[in-house]
Design a protein around this ligand. Structure first.
Ligand SMILES: [Zn+2]
Length: 477
């Protein structure tokens, strides 16, 4: 038997071992689900204390006996990880086991600059295919029950994506290959619409920001568009007005998945589309307030995750950098996995001023959301009180109109003395491999414990009085 075949058979066996029961996993009675989650937490904490340098040292230093961590409740009492430490010293979090050594490293998308290297063991990568059954079932049903919906996937083929695909191609006999056509995110809207009209996909997948721009542009220019049965956004938030356009005007339901390089499975939408059902048995999710305490249900705060599956980079109590809230209301679909709200932007996108006041990205969104002539916006903080606002508008004339409308609100938010430069673009591009950021602040906010939910109050900008800024407008093709 060839080595390749042996590898594939092993891969298939691992997937088969995990695939049983996946479809009903999200319907497990709470007691059973919590018992499973706590069992995995106990296992991972002991593994970490024994094999992972950071955790070995942390348990020794604090005198906490790992055996006293019986489940989520005790895990939540441990300190929240310093994300900067994971970024600068990723090797401290990698287990000294063979499973970790044989694993594969991936880089986070690094919207704040330096990406983080996260290693995944091979078994967990394969198991991830089996866990995907939970999510695929919902999507297939939304696509009219098709076993293999036709996908149009607009993206960069990121290095992570390519690496995962190559790994699966080499290590598994995949039962079902997706019918997927990739289109580069850099293609003009007209071309993507033409491809959609030709391919007639069941499912359109893209970044939240891209989908927002795509549908607004198609709508504003009156382009003909084949309506897929489902739109799926990934990687970043989808603006509410963008979603409304897709759902109400185009009549296409919108779903999403919450995943990250740090944890390939965090949450997924069910048919009712009320938020992300958290894969609680794979990734323990907590939302914390500014003091690092567990936020009340419905209260917005920083998302903290513990990956319960990956045995290479062991991340427990890791502040992933997103802002959201957890609900304690059960979902009418019958799934018992808790619901996490949709993400409200990244912590690092909050603009902070030396006097402690700040502007949340949602406040900037409020300024532009109802302006039909603004297809995209980006606000960049250049210096403490110097900003560039970039707008993609329907045409040249609409740029100056939109700017006039937005100006009073921006002046109010950014405070007295702020200098604002405005530039028109046809399209706002992101840098390769990065998430699109509508607000780019000067200094990324610290992401350790306690910093998170400072971003949760919508706006605490300086008062409106006495704005003495100037607005300079530039238009670039
Ligand atoms: Zn549900």
């Amino acid at each position: 038997m060839s080595a390749l075949l042996a590898k594939r058979l092993w891969g298939a066996a691992v997937i088969a071992a995990y695939v049983r029961g996946q479809r009903r996993a999200s319907f497990l009675p709470r007691a059973e689900l919590e018992a499973l989650r706590d069992r995995r937490i106990r296992w991972m904490v002991r593994y970490a204390a024994k094999h992972v340098p950071y955790w070995r040292e942390a348990f020794a230093r604090t005198g906490v006996d790992p055996d006293t961590i019986r489940g989520a409740e005790e895990l939540d009492r441990l300190p929240i990880l310093d994300k900067e430490l994971v970024r600068t010293k990723p090797e401290l979090f990698v287990a000294d086991t063979a499973a970790a050594r044989r694993g594969l490293s991936f880089l986070t998308s690094g919207s704040t600059g330096t990406p983080i290297s996260i290693r995944h063991d091979r078994r967990s990568l394969l198991a991830n295919i089996a866990f995907g059954e939970r999510e695929r079932e919902v999507v297939n049903r939304a696509c009219g029950g098709s076993f293999r919906p036709k996908e149009l996937y607009v993206s960069y083929q990121t290095s992570t994506f390519k690496k995962v695909e190559a790994f699966y191609a080499e290590n598994a006999l995949l039962p079902v290959q997706p019918l997927r056509r990739f289109v580069s995110l850099l293609e003009p809207v007209e071309k993507v619409a033409a491809i959609a009209n030709e391919e007639r996909p069941d499912l359109l997948v893209g970044y939240g920001g891209w989908l927002d721009l795509f549908f607004k542009t198609v709508h504003a220019r009156g382009l003909p568009l084949h309506r897929p049965k489902l739109v799926m956004y990934m990687g970043e938030a989808l603006a509410r007005d963008g979603r409304e356009l897709i759902e109400k005007t185009y009549g296409i339901p919108v779903m999403s998945r919450y995943n990250a390089v740090e944890s390939f499975k965090i949450g997924f939408f069910c048919d009712l589309r009320t938020g992300f059902h958290v894969h609680e048995d794979l990734c323990h999710v907590r939302v914390v307030d500014a003091e690092g305490r567990t936020a009340a249900p419905g209260e917005t705060g920083a998302v903290v995750i513990s990956n319960l599956i990956n045995r290479a980079s062991v991340l427990l109590n890791y502040p992933i950098g997103d802002v959201a809230s957890l609900s304690d209301e059960p979902c009418a679909c019958g799934r018992t996995f808790r619901l996490l709200s949709e993400l409200e932007g990244r912590l690092e996108d909050t603009i902070r001023f030396p006097n402690g006041s700040f502007v949340h990205p949602r406040a900037i969104w409020e300024v532009f959301k109802r302006d039909p002539e603004v297809l995209q916006y980006r606000l960049i903080q250049r210096e403490t009180r110097r900003f560039t606002v970039e707008l993609a508008t329907v045409d040249e004339a609409s740029f100056s109109h939109a700017l006039e409308r937005a100006r009073p609100d921006l002046e109010r938010l950014l405070g007295p003395g702020a200098v604002l430069e405005a530039i028109r673009h046809e399209v706002l591009h992101r840098r390769q491999g990065e998430k699109f950021r509508a607000v780019v602040s000067l200094r990324p906010a610290a992401t350790g414990s306690g910093e998170g939910s400072a971003a949760t109050t919508a706006v605490a900008g300086p008062a409106a009085a006495g704005f003495s800024g100037r607005v300079r407008s530039t238009s670039t093709p």
